[in-house]
Design a protein around this ligand. Structure first.
Ligand SMILES: [Mg+2]
Length: 229
């Protein structure tokens, strides 16, 4: 699709620029092997992740708490202390980060946007330290690209403040900014409600609702994005 009439492009990070699902599947298997648990449990992990991350996004629990709760529920160790649960979760993270890679088209797509004169940002609900590590691992540290980890501002997507913050950080107006991402609610619907254009990157992942036939702003590969004036 041709993105014309925009000054700014905001990309989501996980499952948009970085292969989050691929790294999670492999990382989870390493962690399970370490713990002596059966591998191949990604579907269950993803359900637990969705449940607790949504609670964080709604403002019910803190970001560190959603991590601890995921580790506790997945392993069935519900009575762990905060410290024990944090340590347990760290085991998953070690496996996950060992498999961090960007999608093939991520780097060329960002360069195309910059070459077309667009302001570019990465608007992500993750924490700064982890997301900085990810963009380094994916070779996505590119001059002119602003990483905006929303945990820092306690304003995760889909809260309206997330998108206005993203626009402020790259210096564009919401109506002149397009947000591209895999999460229908966080990257498309929420962005549209905040006055941006939301482009749905649909790859048929488990968490992705099918696009509506009438929705024109859908891509199945980053390479389909064409940036013009
Ligand atoms: Mg995502």
């Amino acid at each position: 699709m041709i993105l014309a009439g925009y000054d700014g492009i905001l990309f989501d990070l996980d499952d948009t620029l970085m292969d989050h699902t691929g790294a999670s599947i492999k990382g989870l298997d390493s962690w399970c092997a370490e713990l002596g648990l059966p591998t191949g449990q990604y579907e269950r992990w993803a359900e637990i992740e969705y449940k607790w991350v949504s609670r964080y996004e709604r403002g019910d629990i803190t970001h560190p708490q959603q991590r601890r709760e995921r580790a506790k529920e997945f392993t069935g160790q519900l009575n762990l202390s905060d410290e024990e649960a944090t340590q347990l979760y760290a085991g998953f993270i070690r496996g996950y980060q060992a498999h961090w890679t960007a999608f093939n088209n991520a780097i060329p797509t960002i360069h195309n946007a910059l070459a077309a004169g667009k302001k570019v940002g990465i608007l992500t609900n993750g924490g700064r330290e982890m997301q900085e590590g990810k963009v380094r691992a994916g070779d996505l540290v590119i001059e002119g690209v602003e990483l905006i980890p929303l945990v820092d501002y306690d304003a995760p997507k889909p809260r309206p403040r997330a998108y206005s913050l993203g626009c402020e950080k790259i210096g564009t107006a919401p109506e002149r900014t397009a947000m591209i991402g895999d999460n229908w609610l966080n990257d498309v619907e929420g962005a549209r409600q905040a006055g941006l254009t939301g482009v749905y990157f649909y790859q048929g992942l488990a968490h992705q609702p099918k696009p509506q036939p009438a929705d024109q702003e859908v891509i199945s590969s980053l390479s389909q994005l064409v940036f013009s004036d």
